[in-house]
Design a protein around this ligand. Structure first.
Ligand code: FAD
Ligand code: 2HG
Ligand code: ZN
Length: 472
């Protein structure tokens, strides 16, 4: 805090009041590192404005003083995007006091919310209006709408409803110079030039501060069937998702792939999870069908699809949840992987995507090359098959120390990203670049695309005060 000019501090306090500043060393800590403690920074101050006007005033003051801002929502991002650098000169701008649900327009099937609203609260508000807000991910109890937009979050319902970019109709943004752009339009058609809102979606706080959004609502889901299926291979998963899609169309709302290694970590570390089959299988998928009808014949559809899959050798075993508690248990087995892997030492995260059809070949090649170059590393592969998105994460060999494994992290990452590039894939499917993948993006992204991105950044934020050191 001593790094901040006293005059600026007083001016900021006039804007947000004492309640809007975090100065206490103890309280500051939760804003300065991520949930895994993989990234740690220092900050001159944490500011928590409670309205768009306050955000704009904070941005204007910091801009005039040449002080860099790090926007932060729930701080659940996995690439260190919301963590300040180590200089102690940056100000963290937390949106967590902006929690108003401004409007629900049932006729327009939209909801207007502020950036600090928790994703789970948004889902609840949609449910209270008899609607569905479909974005769903493991951190939904802690992450915010602003963070979801700024990272273009994905999760487990993308195959049916799309990612955050597909769910937004309008935005309110405080620009780097402190002006407020009111783009809170609830229009499904608007071809009046460049679609500016999409610039800010996925911009990870580098172009401005998202303060509110108009989001799409969908009809509430009234029936659901969930199954856990054992498979012989990733190819079986690709075949099975094609089969289920052909059979069920849009009723297929979840299709998550997990390797045996991923599930073993959950069984070992997450309380209340248990083995579902008498013997282990190399791969599993969690399938969810849902419908807006109360009595949709989902169980029959699932049975029919799985029957064919057993005949074709795509499926080896299956359990179908018969109660809400069992549904929750199946999702826990899937959603617990991220946390479980933390108990096995450092987890090297590679959130990659390839064309869905190429997932099996990607896994075969990456597995073979990794085991040859880094014998014994444990591959924790799982993810959102319908999106071609794998979390191809790596844990250290059993019984080995953290330090030598961490020393190999860069080389392991490069191997995996090289294979990803060879399959025409992306090195960040849904988590963004943050500080984790900024360097790698320079190597794997088209130079012309990077140049265009820099042009946009310079046009909007010429002083480079919006989340410097992230993304670009
Ligand atoms: P933060 O972590 O606070 O910030 C993320 C980035 O957005 C930072 O660059 C920050 O500067 C910027 N930012 C935040 N708020 C704003 C704002 N209002 N305006 C401008 N910039 C802003 N992600 C997925 O896509 N799919 C998943 O399935 C998924 N599962 C997860 C499971 C777990 C257990 C965890 C911990 C994370 C998971 N994530 C997943 C990561 C995901 O990106 C986040 O959970 C979420 O989208 C980030 O929201 P947040 O509010 O925590 O943002
Ligand atoms: C998931 O799908 C999340 O569970 C987190 O995107 C992935 O922790 C990870 O690597
Ligand atoms: Zn994911």
């Amino acid at each position: 805090m001593s790094m901040l000019d006293q005059r600026l501090l007083q001016d900021l306090e006039k804007v947000v009041g004492e309640a809007g500043l975090v100065r206490d060393e103890q309280r500051l800590q939760s804003y300065l590192s991520d949930w895994r403690n993989a990234y740690r920074g220092k900050a001159a101050l944490v500011v928590r404005p409670a309205s768009t006007e306050q955000v704009a005033a904070v941005v204007r003051l910091c801009s005039a003083a040449g002080v860099a801002l790090v926007p932060q929502g729930g701080n659940t991002g996995l690439c260190g995007g919301s963590i300040p650098d180590g200089s102690g000169t940056q100000v963290v701008l937390s949106l967590t006091r902006m929690t108003q649900i401004r409007d629900v327009d049932a006729g327009n099937e939209t909801i207007t919310v502020e950036a600090g609203v928790l994703l789970q609260r948004l889902q609840e508000a949609a449910a209270e209006a008899g609607r569905l807000f479909p974005l769903s991910l493991g951190a939904e109890g802690s992450c915010t709408v602003g963070g979801n937009l700024a990272t273009n979050a994905g999760g487990t319902a993308v195959l049916r409803y799309g990612n955050m970019r597909d769910l937004v109709l309008g935005l309110e943004v405080v620009l780097p110079d402190g002006r407020i752009w009111n783009g809170l339009r609830g229009l499904r058609k608007d071809n009046t030039g460049y679609d500016l809102k999409h610039l800010f979606v996925g911009s990870e706080g580098t172009l401005g501060i998202i303060t509110a959004a108009v989001l799409k609502l969908y009809p509430a889901v009234r029936s659901r069937t969930t199954a856990w299926v054992a498979l012989p291979s990733p190819q079986a998963a690709v075949d099975l998702i094609g089969r289920m899609r052909a059979l069920c169309g849009d009723r297929l709302t979840g299709f998550e792939l997990m390797s045996r290694q991923s599930v073993e970590f959950v069984l070992r570390h997450v309380a209340g999870c248990s083995e579902l089959f008498a013997e282990p299988h190399p791969w599993y998928v969690l399938i969810e069908l849902s419908d807006t009808l109360v009595d949709a014949p989902l169980a029959e559809m699932l049975e029919s699809g799985l029957g064919e899959a057993f005949e074709q050798g795509e499926a080896l075993d299956a359990v179908v949840a018969s109660s809400e508690a069992q549904v929750a248990a199946l999702w826990k087995l899937r959603e617990g992987i991220s946390e479980a892997q933390n108990h096995e030492g450092p987890s090297l995260k590679h959130d990659i995507s390839v064309p869905v059809s190429r997932i099996p070949a990607f896994i075969a090649q990456a597995d073979a090359r990794l085991q040859q170059a880094f014998p014994g590393v444990r591959i924790v592969a799982y993810g959102h098959v319908g999106d071609g998105n794998l979390h191809y994460n790596i844990s250290k060999p059993l019984g080995s120390e953290d330090a030598p494994f961490k020393a190999q992290a860069e080389a392991i990452m490069q191997l995996i990203y090289d294979v990803t590039a060879a399959f025409a894939g992306s090195i960040s499917a849904e988590h963004g670049l943050g500080q984790a993948k900024r360097e790698a993006a320079r190597r794997y992204k088209d130079p012309l695309e990077l140049e265009l991105m820099r042009t946009l950044k310079n046009a909007l934020d010429p002083a480079g005060l919006m989340n410097p050191g992230k993304l670009l």
